[in-house]
Design a protein around this ligand. Structure first.
Ligand code: HEM
Ligand code: 2DC
Length: 469
């Protein structure tokens, strides 16, 4: 029998009171743990209301499958209100991140060809590879300086620079020089602005866009300032390439990056190209860098796995004879290690969709236009879906009898992460070079928790030791 919507478990009847309790409990840095707690309390489905926003939350891969199979051709996720509010406030165009319907789909189809398709991702490999090699050189210099054959540091900012250098090399086909000693202060300001933008989003997550500009709180002002820096700096980078492209008319055959492909093709209006390239530039900093930091942390804590990966990489290097594309096809365990990192440390606490039609989840009737969230952080740590979830065991992805709707770190379907292929290649190449050159270690017994800052991040600095092999 199908049970009605109003019988769904959860404290969804008291929206503003919930939001108040949420604030009191320091909720906005703890969304992920609150969700785990609610799944324990209410079971695999619960309904919730925060402020004006209602949602249904699910954890079971089967239910995720039901949701995604009916998402249709124009899937919509939760629109982060402060991000919408900023663009409306400053009159900036939306990119795919915030577009809907046909406007989203037509942009997205053009972008998929230049950012996600098999045809084009091979062109990214040399561009991302050289940045990975330069990171290794930089670590070597630091080890040299220490005089002890090793370097211990909180790598957060180094990895932010690595990540920005990487996306910019594929977007613009140009190096920014962020892995050298003297760093363009504008680029550092951009990096800090992205972190600030995420940080100031979470306290405003459940306040409707129209209210935000009116209250003019400190958080809102900081948020606007952060986006201003992001848009201004991205615009500068884009203008540079635009000018160059008009100067040297003789078009070489060589690949010169996503932006010039989009400009030459002329399938999107310049304003849409700009807004999408800005989103990719901002979306490419904290996401991959923090995932890499977690990956190195987990590998430092599980040296057995680290050695297995290194062995796989050495063998792949031998067999490929310097052909990077070939080498990337021979590192299955490494790819599994990235999935495993995102299982325990996803960037996004949930993947959400608005239902396009009535659906049934856990025997409950869910009406159309309901926001349904798949709690991927909670799913990744639940023994019902992953045996011994606390273990960092990349091999589980190769031997599990079912990985069905369990690898959702980049989302799913036509609305999945646009930067997915860039992020995967960037992380694979980084880890290949790091493991070929260094042993990664960390102090034993240091527990690092997770904090919700819109994206999930470590709750304290992670100190890693890199030792020359
Ligand atoms: C969307 C995760 C890196 C740009 C998303 C979504 C997730 C995600 C979960 C939502 C997908 C959905 O709703 O199904 C990640 C992770 C990353 C990463 C885990 C790295 C470890 C990047 C990078 C870029 C990027 C490097 C830029 C090149 C975007 C954009 C969207 C998006 C533009 C919105 C796409 C749309 O709405 O059509 N990402 N991301 N991401 N990501 Fe990423
Ligand atoms: C945050 O309840 C929690 O990839 C909310 O690169 C639901 C929600 C909606 C959209 C998610 C967001 C969460 C986390 C950050 C994500 C975002 C979609 C894209 C974005 C996952 C889970 C991110 C980080 C993009 C950001 C691009 C931006 C800087 C231009």
């Amino acid at each position: 029998v199908v049970r009605p919507f109003r019988e769904l478990p959860g404290n969804w009847r008291t929206g503003w009171l919930n939001l108040f309790h949420f604030w009191q409990e320091g909720g906005f840095h703890n969304v992920h743990n609150i969700m785990i707690h609610k799944f324990q309390k209410f079971g695999p489905i619960y309904r919730e209301k925060l402020g004006l926003y209602q949602s249904v939350n699910i954890i079971n891969p089967q239910d995720a499958a039901t949701l995604f199979k009916l998402e249709g051709n124009y899937p919509e996720r939760f629109m982060v209100p402060p991000w919408v509010a900023y663009r409306d406030f400053r009159n900036k165009p939306y990119g795919v991140l915030l577009k809907k319907g046909e406007a989203w789909r037509s942009d997205r189809l053009v972008l998929n060809k230049e950012v996600l398709s098999l045809k084009v991702i091979d062109c990214f490999v040399p561009l991302l590879n050289e940045v990975g090699e330069d990171f290794v050189k930089r670590v070597r210099v630091q080890i040299e300086k220490s005089g002890r054959g090793r370097w211990t540091a909180d790598l957060t900012n180094e990895l932010f620079r690595f990540a920005l250098e990487s996306v910019c090399n594929v977007l613009y086909g140009a190096r920014l020089g962020l892995l050298q000693d003297f760093i363009d202060p504008e680029a550092q300001k951009f990096i800090d602005a992205v972190t600030m933008m995420f940080h100031t989003t979470s306290p405003m997550l459940y306040i409707p866009p129209s209210m935000l500009c009116r209250i003019n709180s400190k958080t809102w002002r900081d948020h606007v300032q952060a986006w201003d820096v992001i848009f201004r700096h991205a615009d500068k980078c884009i203008q540079n390439i635009y000018r160059q492209l008009r100067l040297d008319r003789e078009n070489t055959k060589e690949y010169t990056g996503i932006l010039s492909s989009l400009l030459v093709q002329d399938k999107l209006p310049i304003d849409d190209i700009k807004s999408n390239v800005t989103e990719m530039m901002a979306g490419g900093v904290d996401t991959t860098s923090i995932t890499l930091q977690w990956a190195m942390f987990e590998l430092a804590r599980t040296p057995v796995v680290q050695d297995q990966l290194r062995a796989e990489i050495f063998a792949a290097r031998q067999a490929a004879q310097g052909d990077m594309l070939k080498m990337l096809k021979a590192v299955r365990l490494l790819k599994a290690a990235i999935k495993e990192t995102l299982r325990l440390h996803p960037v996004a606490v949930t993947i959400q969709r608005y239902t396009t039609q009535e659906i049934i989840l856990q025997d409950y009737f869910i009406p159309a236009k309901t926001l349904v969230q798949v709690g991927i952080y909670a799913m990744g740590r639940d023994p019902k879906f992953f045996t011994k979830p606390e273990l960092f065991d990349p091999a589980r992805w190769l031997k599990m009898d079912s990985t069905y709707f369990r690898a959702l770190g980049f989302g799913f379907g036509p609305r999945q992460c646009l930067g997915r292929r860039i992020a995967e290649l960037e992380m694979q190449l980084f880890l290949i070079h790091m493991l070929e050159n260094f042993k990664i270690e960390t102090k034993r017994g240091v527990d690092i928790g997770t904090q919700f800052d819109l994206i999930l991040i470590p709750d304290k600095p992670i100190y890693l030791t890199l030792r020359a092999l």
